[in-house]
Design a protein around this ligand. Structure first.
Ligand code: HEM
Length: 88
């Protein structure tokens, strides 16, 4: 992964659900948080709760004010798309 931003489907997102291969989506943007895992102030177990899925609601419940776009800009993968026919 890396380089050109891609469209990411729900099922592609769901495939990256491990501590050493961890993607999550917030507000329509998909991030690879594998490298952020060790730096998350809430710990890796907490961050893992959102991995492999659309973590928007969870993120908003815990700390909607956190500037994830700035913190994760190097981890950006692409847009979350809701149709599996568009695997970009
Ligand atoms: C803090 C959970 C995602 C950045 C925390 C804390 C929890 C938590 C419980 C509080 C830790 C404490 O005060 O002891 C989660 C969960 C996530 C998630 C369940 C799943 C979606 C993220 C993401 C980012 C992030 C994606 C940004 C890249 C932070 C920051 C803090 C924090 C900066 C410190 C906030 C502060 O002290 O004001 N998180 N987090 N978290 N998290 Fe997350």
């Amino acid at each position: 992964v890396g380089g050109v931003p891609q469209n990411v489907t729900i099922s592609q997102l769901a495939a990256h659900n491990k501590r050493n291969d961890a993607w999550l989506a917030i507000r329509g943007k998909v991030y690879n948080v594998t490298k952020y895992m060790d730096f998350h102030p809430g710990g890796d177990d907490e961050l893992m709760r959102g991995v492999g899925k659309d973590a928007t609601e969870l993120f908003n419940q815990v700390h909607a004010w956190v500037n994830y776009e700035s913190l994760l800009h190097k981890c950006y993968v692409g847009r979350l798309v809701y149709s599996d026919s568009n695997s970009g």
